[in-house]
Write a protein that binds this ligand. Structure first.
Ligand SMILES: Cc1ncc(COP(=O)(O)O)c(C=O)c1O
Length: 364
Protein backbone atom coordinates (compact mmCIF):
# COMPACT_ATOMS: atom_id res chain seq x y z
CA UNK A 1 0.00 0.00 0.00
CA UNK A 2 2.94 2.35 0.67
CA UNK A 3 4.18 1.82 -2.89
CA UNK A 4 0.72 2.52 -4.28
CA UNK A 5 0.38 5.56 -2.01
CA UNK A 6 3.66 6.96 -3.36
CA UNK A 7 2.64 6.31 -6.98
CA UNK A 8 -0.74 7.92 -6.40
CA UNK A 9 0.64 10.78 -4.27
CA UNK A 10 -1.90 9.78 -1.61
CA UNK A 11 -1.81 10.64 2.11
CA UNK A 12 -0.13 7.52 3.44
CA UNK A 13 -1.69 6.27 6.66
CA UNK A 14 -1.01 2.67 5.68
CA UNK A 15 2.35 1.18 6.69
CA UNK A 16 3.39 1.34 10.34
CA UNK A 17 6.20 3.83 10.57
CA UNK A 18 6.46 7.44 11.74
CA UNK A 19 6.83 10.27 9.22
CA UNK A 20 8.56 12.49 11.80
CA UNK A 21 12.28 12.38 12.65
CA UNK A 22 13.99 10.32 15.31
CA UNK A 23 15.56 12.31 18.14
CA UNK A 24 18.51 14.53 17.04
CA UNK A 25 20.19 13.60 20.35
CA UNK A 26 20.03 9.92 19.44
CA UNK A 27 21.40 10.63 15.96
CA UNK A 28 24.30 12.58 17.54
CA UNK A 29 25.01 9.66 19.85
CA UNK A 30 25.26 7.27 16.86
CA UNK A 31 27.51 9.78 15.13
CA UNK A 32 29.72 10.10 18.20
CA UNK A 33 29.98 6.32 18.52
CA UNK A 34 31.17 6.08 14.92
CA UNK A 35 33.72 8.86 15.44
CA UNK A 36 34.96 7.18 18.61
CA UNK A 37 35.65 4.08 16.48
CA UNK A 38 32.86 1.65 17.38
CA UNK A 39 32.69 0.47 13.80
CA UNK A 40 33.63 -3.20 14.06
CA UNK A 41 31.62 -6.23 15.12
CA UNK A 42 29.77 -5.98 18.43
CA UNK A 43 29.80 -9.06 20.69
CA UNK A 44 27.31 -11.75 19.59
CA UNK A 45 24.70 -11.15 22.36
CA UNK A 46 25.03 -7.35 22.01
CA UNK A 47 27.16 -4.86 23.93
CA UNK A 48 26.99 -5.36 27.66
CA UNK A 49 26.11 -1.75 28.56
CA UNK A 50 22.97 -1.92 26.40
CA UNK A 51 21.92 -5.28 27.86
CA UNK A 52 22.52 -3.86 31.33
CA UNK A 53 20.30 -0.80 30.80
CA UNK A 54 17.57 -3.05 29.30
CA UNK A 55 17.78 -5.26 32.37
CA UNK A 56 17.36 -2.15 34.58
CA UNK A 57 14.38 -1.03 32.51
CA UNK A 58 12.67 -4.43 32.84
CA UNK A 59 13.20 -4.27 36.60
CA UNK A 60 11.97 -0.67 36.83
CA UNK A 61 8.87 -1.15 34.65
CA UNK A 62 7.80 -4.70 35.44
CA UNK A 63 9.69 -5.72 38.59
CA UNK A 64 11.39 -8.53 36.68
CA UNK A 65 14.97 -9.75 36.98
CA UNK A 66 16.72 -10.63 33.72
CA UNK A 67 20.45 -11.31 33.90
CA UNK A 68 22.05 -9.04 31.26
CA UNK A 69 24.77 -11.59 30.66
CA UNK A 70 22.70 -14.70 29.99
CA UNK A 71 19.09 -13.59 29.55
CA UNK A 72 19.08 -10.65 27.12
CA UNK A 73 20.20 -10.62 23.48
CA UNK A 74 20.26 -7.65 21.13
CA UNK A 75 18.70 -8.43 17.74
CA UNK A 76 18.39 -6.90 14.29
CA UNK A 77 14.84 -5.78 15.06
CA UNK A 78 11.90 -7.72 16.45
CA UNK A 79 11.23 -9.68 13.26
CA UNK A 80 14.66 -11.29 13.49
CA UNK A 81 14.07 -12.13 17.15
CA UNK A 82 10.75 -13.76 16.24
CA UNK A 83 12.35 -15.74 13.40
CA UNK A 84 15.17 -16.88 15.67
CA UNK A 85 12.88 -17.91 18.55
CA UNK A 86 10.65 -19.98 16.27
CA UNK A 87 13.66 -21.52 14.48
CA UNK A 88 15.28 -22.42 17.81
CA UNK A 89 12.23 -24.16 19.28
CA UNK A 90 9.77 -25.27 16.63
CA UNK A 91 10.48 -28.56 14.89
CA UNK A 92 8.67 -30.50 12.18
CA UNK A 93 5.07 -31.27 13.16
CA UNK A 94 4.98 -28.92 16.16
CA UNK A 95 1.87 -26.77 16.46
CA UNK A 96 2.04 -23.06 17.17
CA UNK A 97 -1.02 -21.10 18.27
CA UNK A 98 -1.35 -17.45 17.34
CA UNK A 99 -4.19 -14.96 17.11
CA UNK A 100 -5.58 -13.32 14.00
CA UNK A 101 -5.64 -10.67 12.77
CA UNK A 102 -1.88 -11.15 13.14
CA UNK A 103 1.38 -9.44 12.27
CA UNK A 104 2.48 -10.98 9.01
CA UNK A 105 5.71 -12.79 9.92
CA UNK A 106 4.34 -15.36 12.39
CA UNK A 107 2.62 -17.77 10.02
CA UNK A 108 5.33 -18.04 7.31
CA UNK A 109 8.07 -18.43 9.93
CA UNK A 110 6.20 -21.28 11.62
CA UNK A 111 5.74 -23.00 8.25
CA UNK A 112 9.34 -22.38 7.19
CA UNK A 113 10.47 -24.34 10.23
CA UNK A 114 8.13 -27.26 9.51
CA UNK A 115 5.62 -26.25 12.18
CA UNK A 116 1.85 -26.17 11.86
CA UNK A 117 0.22 -22.74 12.35
CA UNK A 118 -2.94 -22.88 14.48
CA UNK A 119 -4.68 -19.57 13.87
CA UNK A 120 -7.41 -18.50 16.31
CA UNK A 121 -9.55 -15.55 15.28
CA UNK A 122 -10.37 -12.66 17.57
CA UNK A 123 -13.80 -11.43 16.61
CA UNK A 124 -14.72 -7.91 15.52
CA UNK A 125 -15.54 -5.42 16.98
CA UNK A 126 -13.81 -6.18 20.35
CA UNK A 127 -11.01 -8.43 19.12
CA UNK A 128 -10.64 -10.23 22.45
CA UNK A 129 -9.18 -13.70 22.97
CA UNK A 130 -11.66 -16.47 23.74
CA UNK A 131 -9.58 -18.50 26.20
CA UNK A 132 -12.06 -21.41 26.15
CA UNK A 133 -11.44 -21.72 22.42
CA UNK A 134 -7.69 -21.56 23.02
CA UNK A 135 -7.94 -24.37 25.57
CA UNK A 136 -9.80 -26.49 23.04
CA UNK A 137 -7.00 -25.97 20.48
CA UNK A 138 -4.11 -26.95 22.78
CA UNK A 139 -2.86 -30.48 22.11
CA UNK A 140 0.19 -32.58 22.99
CA UNK A 141 1.72 -31.19 19.78
CA UNK A 142 1.40 -27.53 20.86
CA UNK A 143 4.96 -26.22 21.15
CA UNK A 144 4.33 -22.50 21.38
CA UNK A 145 1.75 -19.77 21.72
CA UNK A 146 2.38 -16.30 20.29
CA UNK A 147 0.77 -13.28 21.91
CA UNK A 148 1.04 -9.63 20.89
CA UNK A 149 0.14 -6.74 23.18
CA UNK A 150 -0.50 -3.87 22.42
CA UNK A 151 -1.84 -5.49 19.30
CA UNK A 152 -1.18 -4.77 15.65
CA UNK A 153 -3.48 -4.20 13.76
CA UNK A 154 -6.42 -3.83 16.18
CA UNK A 155 -4.98 -1.46 18.83
CA UNK A 156 -6.37 -3.68 21.61
CA UNK A 157 -4.33 -4.75 24.61
CA UNK A 158 -4.25 -7.88 26.76
CA UNK A 159 -5.56 -7.30 30.27
CA UNK A 160 -4.36 -8.83 33.52
CA UNK A 161 -7.21 -11.34 33.32
CA UNK A 162 -5.93 -12.53 29.91
CA UNK A 163 -2.46 -13.08 31.36
CA UNK A 164 -3.91 -15.06 34.27
CA UNK A 165 -5.78 -17.23 31.76
CA UNK A 166 -2.53 -17.80 29.89
CA UNK A 167 -0.77 -18.64 33.13
CA UNK A 168 -3.44 -21.27 33.86
CA UNK A 169 -3.09 -22.71 30.39
CA UNK A 170 0.65 -23.16 30.92
CA UNK A 171 0.02 -25.21 34.07
CA UNK A 172 -1.55 -27.89 31.91
CA UNK A 173 0.86 -27.73 28.96
CA UNK A 174 4.59 -27.70 28.20
CA UNK A 175 4.31 -25.02 25.56
CA UNK A 176 6.53 -21.95 25.31
CA UNK A 177 5.38 -18.36 24.96
CA UNK A 178 6.54 -15.79 22.43
CA UNK A 179 5.36 -12.39 23.59
CA UNK A 180 5.59 -9.71 20.92
CA UNK A 181 5.69 -6.45 22.90
CA UNK A 182 7.09 -4.08 20.30
CA UNK A 183 4.46 -1.45 21.17
CA UNK A 184 4.98 -1.71 24.97
CA UNK A 185 5.48 2.06 25.30
CA UNK A 186 2.55 3.02 23.08
CA UNK A 187 -0.34 2.52 25.47
CA UNK A 188 -3.04 5.06 26.29
CA UNK A 189 -5.68 6.30 28.73
CA UNK A 190 -3.54 5.37 31.74
CA UNK A 191 -3.74 1.64 30.92
CA UNK A 192 -0.91 -0.58 32.10
CA UNK A 193 1.11 -2.75 29.73
CA UNK A 194 0.78 -6.40 30.74
CA UNK A 195 4.24 -7.65 29.86
CA UNK A 196 4.98 -11.33 30.45
CA UNK A 197 7.79 -9.98 32.63
CA UNK A 198 5.15 -9.17 35.27
CA UNK A 199 4.10 -12.83 35.48
CA UNK A 200 6.94 -15.07 36.73
CA UNK A 201 5.24 -18.33 35.69
CA UNK A 202 4.81 -17.07 32.13
CA UNK A 203 8.23 -15.41 32.01
CA UNK A 204 9.82 -18.73 33.04
CA UNK A 205 8.62 -20.26 29.75
CA UNK A 206 8.62 -17.15 27.61
CA UNK A 207 10.54 -14.86 25.33
CA UNK A 208 9.78 -11.15 25.46
CA UNK A 209 10.44 -9.40 22.13
CA UNK A 210 10.95 -5.62 21.84
CA UNK A 211 11.88 -3.17 19.09
CA UNK A 212 13.75 0.12 19.38
CA UNK A 213 12.53 1.03 15.89
CA UNK A 214 8.96 1.23 17.20
CA UNK A 215 9.98 2.92 20.44
CA UNK A 216 12.28 5.63 19.11
CA UNK A 217 10.84 6.39 15.64
CA UNK A 218 13.62 4.73 13.63
CA UNK A 219 12.20 1.55 12.15
CA UNK A 220 14.94 1.66 9.49
CA UNK A 221 17.71 1.06 12.02
CA UNK A 222 16.35 -2.42 12.78
CA UNK A 223 17.57 -2.91 16.33
CA UNK A 224 15.57 -4.66 19.03
CA UNK A 225 16.05 -7.26 21.73
CA UNK A 226 14.81 -10.43 23.21
CA UNK A 227 14.70 -11.41 26.89
CA UNK A 228 14.10 -14.86 28.29
CA UNK A 229 15.32 -17.36 30.89
CA UNK A 230 18.92 -18.50 30.41
CA UNK A 231 18.07 -22.06 29.31
CA UNK A 232 15.86 -20.75 26.52
CA UNK A 233 18.24 -17.92 25.68
CA UNK A 234 21.10 -20.37 25.15
CA UNK A 235 18.97 -22.16 22.51
CA UNK A 236 18.14 -18.78 20.96
CA UNK A 237 21.82 -17.84 20.74
CA UNK A 238 22.73 -21.09 18.94
CA UNK A 239 20.63 -19.84 16.01
CA UNK A 240 21.46 -16.15 16.44
CA UNK A 241 25.21 -16.93 16.26
CA UNK A 242 24.90 -18.14 12.69
CA UNK A 243 22.13 -16.11 11.14
CA UNK A 244 23.04 -12.67 12.50
CA UNK A 245 26.07 -12.95 14.76
CA UNK A 246 26.50 -9.21 15.33
CA UNK A 247 24.03 -6.31 15.35
CA UNK A 248 24.87 -2.71 14.32
CA UNK A 249 27.53 -1.60 16.79
CA UNK A 250 27.36 2.24 16.82
CA UNK A 251 23.56 2.16 17.13
CA UNK A 252 23.87 -0.13 20.16
CA UNK A 253 26.32 2.32 21.79
CA UNK A 254 23.91 5.21 21.20
CA UNK A 255 20.88 3.33 22.50
CA UNK A 256 22.73 2.29 25.65
CA UNK A 257 23.21 5.94 26.54
CA UNK A 258 19.84 7.20 25.33
CA UNK A 259 17.94 4.58 27.37
CA UNK A 260 19.55 5.83 30.57
CA UNK A 261 17.15 8.78 30.46
CA UNK A 262 13.85 7.14 31.36
CA UNK A 263 11.93 10.16 30.14
CA UNK A 264 12.89 9.13 26.59
CA UNK A 265 10.46 6.20 26.76
CA UNK A 266 8.14 7.32 29.57
CA UNK A 267 7.02 10.32 27.49
CA UNK A 268 5.78 8.17 24.60
CA UNK A 269 2.22 7.33 25.75
CA UNK A 270 1.30 11.05 26.02
CA UNK A 271 2.96 11.86 22.71
CA UNK A 272 1.09 9.18 20.76
CA UNK A 273 -2.18 9.59 22.66
CA UNK A 274 -2.24 13.23 21.56
CA UNK A 275 -1.89 12.06 17.95
CA UNK A 276 -4.65 9.47 18.35
CA UNK A 277 -6.96 12.07 19.89
CA UNK A 278 -6.20 14.65 17.23
CA UNK A 279 -7.07 12.14 14.50
CA UNK A 280 -10.21 10.81 16.19
CA UNK A 281 -11.52 14.27 17.06
CA UNK A 282 -10.99 15.34 13.49
CA UNK A 283 -13.10 12.43 12.13
CA UNK A 284 -15.81 12.37 14.76
CA UNK A 285 -18.38 13.71 12.32
CA UNK A 286 -17.51 11.06 9.69
CA UNK A 287 -19.51 7.91 8.88
CA UNK A 288 -16.85 5.57 10.26
CA UNK A 289 -17.46 3.57 13.44
CA UNK A 290 -14.55 3.06 15.81
CA UNK A 291 -13.37 2.26 19.32
CA UNK A 292 -10.37 4.42 20.26
CA UNK A 293 -7.14 2.43 20.02
CA UNK A 294 -5.79 1.44 23.47
CA UNK A 295 -2.23 0.96 22.24
CA UNK A 296 0.10 0.84 19.18
CA UNK A 297 -0.05 3.65 16.63
CA UNK A 298 -2.92 2.11 14.71
CA UNK A 299 -6.60 2.96 14.60
CA UNK A 300 -9.21 0.68 13.04
CA UNK A 301 -12.14 2.32 11.26
CA UNK A 302 -15.24 0.33 10.39
CA UNK A 303 -16.77 1.46 7.10
CA UNK A 304 -19.90 -0.73 6.98
CA UNK A 305 -22.16 2.36 7.14
CA UNK A 306 -20.58 3.57 3.90
CA UNK A 307 -20.30 0.53 1.62
CA UNK A 308 -20.25 -3.28 1.58
CA UNK A 309 -17.33 -3.39 -0.84
CA UNK A 310 -14.55 -5.79 0.26
CA UNK A 311 -11.75 -4.16 2.22
CA UNK A 312 -8.94 -5.03 -0.22
CA UNK A 313 -10.65 -3.43 -3.22
CA UNK A 314 -11.80 -0.48 -1.14
CA UNK A 315 -8.33 0.29 0.24
CA UNK A 316 -6.91 0.30 -3.29
CA UNK A 317 -9.81 2.31 -4.70
CA UNK A 318 -9.62 5.01 -2.03
CA UNK A 319 -5.85 5.25 -2.47
CA UNK A 320 -6.31 5.85 -6.21
CA UNK A 321 -9.47 7.93 -6.22
CA UNK A 322 -9.53 9.76 -2.88
CA UNK A 323 -5.73 9.83 -2.30
CA UNK A 324 -5.80 8.25 1.14
CA UNK A 325 -3.99 4.98 1.82
CA UNK A 326 -4.83 2.48 4.58
CA UNK A 327 -4.36 -1.25 5.16
CA UNK A 328 -7.24 -3.71 4.71
CA UNK A 329 -7.48 -5.78 7.90
CA UNK A 330 -8.39 -8.98 5.98
CA UNK A 331 -4.68 -9.07 4.99
CA UNK A 332 -3.90 -10.07 8.60
CA UNK A 333 -5.96 -13.31 8.46
CA UNK A 334 -5.00 -16.57 6.73
CA UNK A 335 -8.61 -16.92 5.50
CA UNK A 336 -8.89 -13.19 4.63
CA UNK A 337 -11.82 -12.53 7.00
CA UNK A 338 -13.41 -9.26 5.89
CA UNK A 339 -15.01 -7.38 8.80
CA UNK A 340 -15.20 -4.13 6.79
CA UNK A 341 -12.38 -2.50 8.72
CA UNK A 342 -9.34 -0.58 7.55
CA UNK A 343 -6.21 0.16 9.60
CA UNK A 344 -4.90 3.72 9.74
CA UNK A 345 -1.49 4.61 11.21
CA UNK A 346 -1.50 7.79 13.31
CA UNK A 347 2.30 8.00 13.76
CA UNK A 348 2.24 10.91 11.35
CA UNK A 349 2.69 14.67 11.53
CA UNK A 350 -0.38 16.56 12.76
CA UNK A 351 -0.65 18.18 9.35
CA UNK A 352 -0.76 14.79 7.59
CA UNK A 353 -3.34 13.47 10.08
CA UNK A 354 -5.60 16.50 9.57
CA UNK A 355 -5.33 16.25 5.78
CA UNK A 356 -6.21 12.54 6.03
CA UNK A 357 -9.16 13.31 8.32
CA UNK A 358 -10.51 15.88 5.88
CA UNK A 359 -10.64 13.24 3.13
CA UNK A 360 -12.29 10.69 5.47
CA UNK A 361 -14.90 13.23 6.57
CA UNK A 362 -15.86 13.81 2.94
CA UNK A 363 -16.77 10.13 2.37
CA UNK A 364 -20.53 9.61 2.46
C1 LIG B 1 3.43 -6.66 16.07
C2 LIG B 1 4.75 -6.40 15.42
N1 LIG B 1 5.79 -7.17 15.73
C3 LIG B 1 7.00 -6.97 15.19
C4 LIG B 1 7.21 -5.96 14.26
C5 LIG B 1 8.57 -5.77 13.65
O1 LIG B 1 9.42 -4.96 14.36
P1 LIG B 1 10.88 -4.66 13.78
O2 LIG B 1 10.75 -3.57 12.77
O3 LIG B 1 11.70 -4.28 14.96
O4 LIG B 1 11.36 -5.93 13.13
C6 LIG B 1 6.14 -5.14 13.88
C7 LIG B 1 6.31 -4.11 12.85
O5 LIG B 1 5.38 -3.64 12.24
C8 LIG B 1 4.89 -5.36 14.49
O6 LIG B 1 3.82 -4.59 14.18
Amino acid sequence: MSKLAAEEKAINLSQGYPDFPTSPELISLVNEAMIKGFNQYAPMPGIFSLREVISDKLKFLYGATYDPDREITITAGATQAIFTIISALVKSGDEVIYFAPAYDCYEPTIRFNGGKPVEISMKSPDFRIDWEEVKSKVSHKTKMIIINTPHNPTGTILEKEDMLQLEQLLEASNMFVLSDEVYEHLIFDGLEHQSIARFPHIAARGFLVASFGKTFHNTGWKVGYCAGPSKLMSEFRKVHQFNVFSVNHPVQRALAEYLMKRENYLSLPDFFQAKRDLFLNAIKGSKFAFTPSSGTYFQLLNYSEITDENDMDLAVRWTKQLKIASIPVSAFYADKTDDKVLRFCFAKSDETLLKGAEILNGIT
